[in-house]
Ligand binder design. Structure first.
Ligand SMILES: CC(C)(COP(=O)(O)OP(=O)(O)OC[C@H]1O[C@@H](n2cnc3c(N)ncnc32)[C@H](O)[C@@H]1OP(=O)(O)O)[C@@H](O)C(=O)NCCC(=O)NCCS
Length: 131
């Protein structure tokens, strides 16, 4: 976990990823409910793959069900669009993840299809994109 946090901090500091904290109340900035992260995937050499961006989100259980993930993800995507930096953004929620699929639906993601476990990214679920 420490390694993961260190890597995330390095990626955010180098601006390779946008890692934003969800702060429900600006009067208590130390209270963080979750994160929204946007990062880019480099194509695997020789695959002809295009580079693409991915967004992911999480909210701690005690803060869930208040609309925080949806609001934070919308804000993040609007900023990405305004800065015209990330191109088409994909999300890979598990097919059984009701809240995440709800977020994708209401924020205008388009369902591209379902994926089985992907060895390259270790993800399964739906591939959705927003532009
Ligand atoms: C997924 C997660 C971020 C949702 O956070 P949240 O702040 O509770 O989500 P919101 O309150 O913004 O709700 C999002 C939408 O899901 C809907 N929703 C909530 N629970 C749902 C359920 N069980 N089934 C279907 N939709 C559901 C909400 O109604 C809302 O849609 P609406 O505004 O159109 O009504 C949170 O549950 C989480 O962190 N889970 C563990 C990590 C995870 O799954 N990350 C996502 C990986 S892609």
């Amino acid at each position: 976990m420490e390694d993961k946090v260190r890597r995330d901090a390095q990626e955010a500091a180098s601006d390779h990823a946008w890692l934003k904290m969800i702060v429900p109340d600006p009067d208590t900035p130390a209270v963080v409910a979750g994160t929204v992260t946007l990062w880019s995937h480099e194509p695997v050499p020789g695959t002809g793959q295009e580079p693409f961006s991915e967004i992911g989100w999480m909210v701690l259980p005690e803060f869930q069900g208040r609309g925080l993930a949806k609001r934070a993800t919308r804000t993040h995507l609007e900023q990405a669009r305004d800065e015209n930096r990330w191109g088409v953004v994909h999300a890979f929620p598990a097919t059984g993840n009701g809240p995440s699929n709800g977020i994708c639906r209401s924020l205008g993601f388009q369902l591209l299809g379902e994926l089985d476990n992907q060895p390259a990214s270790k993800r399964s679920g739906s591939d959705l994109h927003a532009s």
